[in-house]
Structures are given as C-alpha cells and as structure tokens.
Ligand binder design. Structure first.
Ligand SMILES: Cc1cc2nc3c(=O)[nH]c(=O)nc-3n(C[C@H](O)[C@H](O)[C@H](O)COP(=O)(O)OP(=O)(O)OC[C@H]3O[C@@H](n4cnc5c(N)ncnc54)[C@H](O)[C@@H]3O)c2cc1C
Length: 505
C-alpha cells in the first residue's frame, strides 16, 4: 500500500485529474487541451491574475505586477567576469503576458541538434523531426492568431534602410498578434488583447471550460508517494503543496498527474526542493536536473537618431535578420526595432565604453534623449553549458551561465554589424548594453538518453510516475528562434499524449 508518512494515498480520492504548475507557454496549452476534453484541471500560478484592463504604461507598477524580480547569474563566484540578467514573467500567462510576441518555429537543423543532444524520439522510436511537431505548430498558430506582422514603426524603417545599404535587410516577423494591435506596447501586458499569449489564448478559455485557477499561489513542494512492493517500490507524484501569497495559507491538492511548467529557472529548483533526489536516488537522470541550462544570451545596440522616433510607444520587435543565425554562419540573430519600453529599463541596461553600467553626467544626457533612440536586439546561439542549482551552503537558488570566448566573438561580430547598419541608417551615436536573457531553456531536458535528460520524449519523468515537465526547460539544445511557439507546440503535444495514453477514463 502506498504511504507518505502516515497518509494512505490509495484511500484519498484525487481532487483533480491534472495539476499544472505555471501558466506560461508550457502550462497554458496543455491545461486548455485537457480542460476542453472534460478533464478536471487545476492551474496553480505563483503570480497575480491581471487582464487587459489592468495593463498600462506605468512601468514600475507593471514590473511589480507582471515580472519576476530580475535574477542575475552568479558567474563571478566561479571566477568569471560577465553576468547575465535573467528576465521572466510572474503572472497568469507567465512570460507570454510580457513577451514581445515573435512567433517563429524552430528551424529544421535544430531538430537534428536535439536528437544529438538527448536522443529525443517520436512515437515510433525514430529521431524526433520537424514533421513530428508540425501538426502542433499548426494548431498553436491557429489558436494564437499568428500572422506576418508588417506594420513597421519609424525606427525599424530607418534601421532597415541602413541595413539594406550594407546588404542585410530585415524581414517582417511572424507574431502572436491579431489585427487589433494599436502598437501600445508588449512588455507591460497588452492593453488591446491583440497579443495572444497563453493568458488570452489558453488560460481564460481553459477556465471557461471548467479549469480551476489558483493564482498568487506558489507551489513549494510536489508530493510523492511510493507504490509497489518493498524493493520494487516506485515513486509517484500525487499532488502539490502551495502557499497563497495573500493569506499565507498552505494548501494541498492531489491529482493523477502533475505537470510542472514553472519555466527553465524555476522548474529544476522546485524539483530539487521537493526532495526528488532523496526519493528517487542518485540516478543519472536525476543528476541532470538543472544541468544543460542555455540562455540564448542577448544584448542590445542602440542608435541615437537626429529626430525623435518615440520608439517606446511601439511594438518593439517587428523585424528580424536571420542571415547569421546558424552557428556556422555567425550564430547570432538580430531583431529590431527595440528601445526598452520604459525609461527605467532603458536606463538600467546601458553600459559605458568599458562595459560598466552607466551612471553620472553622460547617463543623464542620454536619458534626456530617450525618444531619439532605436535599437537592435542581438540573440546569440550559445551552448547549453549553464546550470541551475541550490547553493549547498545557503540553499539559495543560483544560476550559472558562462559567456565563453566563442560567445564573445559572436557578440563582437554582431555588435560591429549593428553599429555599421545603424550608422548607415543615420544614427549619430551607438550604445551598448549589459547581457541579458529572456529565452532561458534546457535545465530539465527531454530525450531517451537518461544520462543526458530528465524527462522522456513525451515529457514524462524518467524516475517518477505521474510526473511530467513541460516548459522551456525540456528543450534539448538552444533553439535558433524565439522559443515560445516551440514550447507551446510541445505543450499541445503533451495534451494529446495524455488524452490518448494516460487519462483514459
Ligand atoms: C520580456 C520577454 C520578452 C520575450 N519575447 C519573446 C518573443 O518575442 N518570442 C518568443 O518566442 N519568446 C519570447 N520570450 C520568451 C518566452 O516568453 C518564454 O520562452 C516562454 O514564455 C517560456 O515558457 P515557460 O512555460 O517555460 O515559462 P513562463 O512562460 O515563464 O511560465 C512559467 C510560469 O510559472 C510560474 N511559476 C514559477 N514557479 C512557480 C511555482 N513554484 N508555483 C507556481 N507557479 C510558478 C511563473 O510565475 C510563470 O508564470 C520573451 C520573454 C520575456 C521575459
């Protein structure tokens, strides 16, 4: 008989069929899929529940409501110099409530890299290929109104003109944005509902289909039992424990299946804090939790133009230049036009000529000219060589992600191209910024090779029954595109799998 302490799990009816922890790109589609099939679904989200009418341009207010406090890497503790600011959402809809809505599929070559990384396979045991994800990409693109976004702002038109002169024009992005977009911003929530992240496309529809949402509720522990006889006992997830941030009440809910979709920074931490190692033993796949962390590390180059562009009131990323996106061709992707949507964000990211965060008189002069700037976002194809872990002495969450010599040279090549393009576009001065990442991935990878992955090719834990992971953390190696469409497609796929193979009654 299964027991957790004194509890006899078999005698407790489950509260839900499925509990989904996190409501972002990984949590939303699967929750909706199961709810609309009549399954009893609970969505538990650490952040608050804000909707269209709550979204406005008060930067400090929205940062506090919608964003997780920025996490910094701890690279210096390992003798490295450069840190990365890691940004993610903490609200219903997760990072897709604050994302810039670029919706691109992973290019074909990434699938081959994924197979090499973890032996991720399809249902027939063949290497996982673009064909295996295609139907799910198509479904998500339909659900979220993905379209080619051609309404370019003045900043992008200018930048594109400069880049055309140097032979590298930008192309319109595909975006999760319908025709209601009035270009009033992305990073602080979309005030028109045109941006169709998981909040609009999946979470609210899931609730309308009967899913129950617990917001402001942080899951602190996944509950496990052991089933089977004596030495054949196998651990099983049977629910979660969470704390309501307003009442500080602790609550437990049980379910047949637990899906952790807390994002690539938080999912490994939650698994570790739940005592998964102690429970399952030191297996190869348990040891992989938190490893192979990738950041798609980014930086920006801003150009100051002669006339005001007021780029901060516009949709930030509408154009993409992919000429160098493959590793062999440079390994960086450019997106424009960008100026941090709020003056605080803009002021925080600037660095001086030595790469030191800017301050003093020059900083002030630049901020006075905020509306004259437009910029370019550089994302590099870096390696999955980072790690998310708990400090053994303090128990604090730590993130380690080196910026290697190879990464540096990618950034240098990208920065120099950006400078050339911006000057050709008429910019009078260019500015660099800190390193940052909004595309964290890969800390609980999926695949068949247990020594290199945490979950199998269907997102099921190699070690624990009833436990699934589905978010950015499962991506086997860095995607050469913005990752959320891929995460949503994997989540839709997991929904199908659970309905066909697991939640049969
Ligand atoms: C500013 C910004 C811009 C971006 N722009 C783009 C873009 O243009 N295109 C693109 O494809 N991608 C973009 N991204 C990345 C994209 O949003 C993420 O890759 C994607 O949302 C990740 O999905 P996820 O499910 O892994 O995590 P998230 O979407 O971050 O969801 C995780 C959720 O889990 C919750 N959570 C965490 N821990 C717990 C816990 N213990 N209990 C309960 N809940 C918990 C969090 O609060 C969060 O809501 C952007 C990201 C940011 C931050």
């Amino acid at each position: 008989m299964a027991r957790v302490g004194e509890e006899e799990i078999e005698e407790m009816p489950h509260d839900f069929d499925v509990i989904v922890v996190g409501s972002g790109a990984g949590g939303g589609p699967v929750a909706w899929c199961l709810a609309q099939a009549g399954k009893k679904v609970a969505i538990i989200e650490a952040g608050g529940f804000y909707t269209t009418n709550d979204f406005n341009r008060f930067e400090l207010l929205q940062l506090r409501r919608l964003w997780e406090k920025i996490r910094w890497t701890s690279n210096f503790e390992l003798g490295l110099q450069k840190e990365i600011a890691l940004g993610m959402g903490r609200c219903v809809g997760g990072s897709t409530t604050i994302f810039t809505a670029v919706a691109h599929r992973a290019p074909d070559h990434n699938f081959l890299e994924w197979y090499k990384a973890t032996k991720i396979s399809n249902e027939s045991g063949e290497p996982f290929s673009p064909k295996d994800l295609e139907p799910y990409y198509e479904q998500v693109e339909r659900d979220t109104s993905v379209r080619r976004y051609t309404e370019w702002d003045e900043g992008l038109k200018k930048i594109d003109a400069g880049f055309k002169k140097i032979g590298h024009p930008f192309a319109p992005v595909n975006a999760f944005i319908d025709m209601r977009c009035d270009q009033s911003g992305c990073l602080f929530g979309c005030p028109t509902e045109a941006k169709r992240g998981t909040l609009v496309s999946y979470i609210i529809p899931a609730i309308l289909q009967g899913a129950e949402i617990f917001y402001n509720s942080t899951v602190t522990r996944i509950l496990f039992s052991k089933e089977g006889e004596n030495d054949k006992k196998r651990p099983r997830a049977f629910g979660v424990e969470f704390v309501n941030g307003e009442t500080m009440e602790t609550k437990r809910l049980t379910s047949k299946v637990v899906i952790v979709a807390a994002g690539a920074l938080k999912t490994p931490i939650l698994l570790m804090k739940s005592g998964i190692k102690e429970l399952a033993g030191e297996t190869k796949s348990i040891d992989q939790i938190g490893r192979n962390f990738g950041a798609n590390t980014a930086t920006l180059v801003f150009g100051r133009f002669q006339e005001p562009l007021n780029n901060w009131i516009l949709h930030p990323l509408s154009g993409q230049m992919e000429d160098f996106s493959q590793k062999e061709r440079g390994g960086f992707l450019l997106e424009a036009s960008e100026v941090m949507e709020g003056p605080l964000g803009f002021s925080e990211v600037l660095v001086d000529d030595d790469g030191v965060p800017m301050w003093g008189r020059r900083h002030k002069e630049i901020l006075k000219k905020y509306k004259y700037y437009a910029g370019i976002f550089i994302n590099i194809h870096d390696s999955n060589d980072g790690r998310v872990f708990l400090d053994p002495e303090t128990g604090r969450e730590k993130y380690y992600k080196p910026i290697t010599k190879e990464d540096e040279s990618r950034f240098e090549a990208a920065r120099s191209l950006c400078r050339e393009g911006l000057i050709a576009a008429g910019a009078q001065e260019t500015l660099n910024t800190i390193y940052l990442s909004h595309h964290v991935q890969g800390s609980c990878r999926m695949g068949e090779d247990r020594s290199r992955s945490v979950v199998d090719s269907q997102c099921k834990s190699h070690d624990i029954e009833g436990l699934y992971v589905c978010d950015g953390s499962v991506i086997p190696s860095i995607v050469d595109a913005n990752p959320s469409l891929t995460i949503m497609a994997l989540s839709r796929r997991l929904g199908d799998h659970l309905l066909k193979n697991v939640l049969l009654d």
